[in-house]
Design a protein around this ligand. Structure first.
Ligand SMILES: C[S@@+](CC[C@H](N)C(=O)[O-])C[C@H]1O[C@@H](n2cnc3c(N)ncnc32)[C@H](O)[C@@H]1O
Length: 269
């Protein structure tokens, strides 16, 4: 694992938050969205609490790795692996965008297209507890990177040095990213879970060893997570720093730290 020593406290904080939220509970099913390689979850503990684990990720390589995990293998049919895009939208949106670019549309049509995008149906999975695991901040990045690549390759349009387009187009792209994040929060509610746990990046901070000021970017395109999850009620909360890429490891000229938030919500039936 890259930067193992630097990730240790983040991974530990994720596991402790989950343990705190699940203390004293016995459950039927846990759905983990963004399971990846489950570095940020305590698999034996989760298997001791839940009868069934449903592990969803869009990365086939990550799920193949998980299938080699000794504890998960021993749990047999109690564990299901779901290879899916949690948004249900990114492939379809990409095809629609390719169609528009193929027809050499005006930039204003591109802006309109991005502005009106709404998520398609997300995967429908029911579970007693759902955990969105370091995923919410990543969801728009996949879409944004595809838009950047397509606009550059098929439209000859690049961003400025700060990675931004002209204001109207940038605002429309940001709106599509917000729609994806809000769609994810709706998807969490659609599981009908009694408890929702959500661990996500709130901010990305970039530093240089030789400069005091940091550059801070929001990882969130939609602002109010608690309001979006109503009628679920917040019951636990934590926050910490994740030194994800120390300067000199990924890049020589800067390092990156994420501000992580963890929330749990309950819905009394
Ligand atoms: C930062 S990683 C989370 C860490 C992961 N729990 C682990 O320990 O490896 C984010 C995970 O979300 C997955 N992901 C990102 N966008 C996704 C999407 N639209 N649908 C499903 N999974 C997605 C990635 O493949 C990755 O495994």
């Amino acid at each position: 694992m890259r930067c193992k020593a630097f990730w240790k406290s983040h991974l530990q904080c994720c596991k402790e938050f989950q343990a705190r939220c699940l203390r004293g509970r016995k459950g039927e099913s846990l759905l983990i969205l963004g399971a990846g390689r489950l570095l940020d979850a305590d698999v034996p503990f989760l298997l001791s609490v839940f009868e069934q684990l449903l592990l969803l990720d869009a990365d086939p390589g990550a799920l193949e790795e998980l299938k080699k995990n000794r504890d998960l293998r021993a749990a047999g049919a109690r564990v299901q692996y779901l290879l899916q895009d949690v948004t249900g939208s990114i492939e379809s949106w990409t095809e629609e965008l390719e169609g528009l670019l193929f027809n050499k549309c005006e930039e204003s049509s591109l802006t309109e297209f991005l502005q009106q995008l709404r998520p398609y149906d997300s995967p429908q999975v029911k579970a007693q507890v759902v955990l969105s695991l370091n995923l919410l901040g990543q969801i728009p990045l996949y879409w944004r990177d595809r838009v950047h690549a397509l606009l550059l390759d098929q439209y000859g349009l690049d961003t400025d040095v700060d990675g931004k387009y002209a204001p109207a187009l940038q605002a429309a792209l940001d709106a599509s990213c917000a729609a994806l994040q809000l769609g994810h929060l709706e998807m969490l509610k659609s599981t009908a879970a009694e408890t929702i746990m959500l661990i996500f990046d709130r901010e990305y901070c970039y530093y240089r060893r030789d400069q005091a000021p940091w550059r801070v970017e929001s990882a969130m395109y939609c602002s109010n997570v608690e309001a979006a999850l109503a009628p679920y009620q917040a019951c636990e909360r934590d926050s910490w720093l994740w030194h994800i890429a120390p300067q000199g490891v990924e890049a020589s000229d800067h390092g990156e730290i994420h501000v992580v938030e963890a929330h749990a919500f309950r819905h009394e039936k």
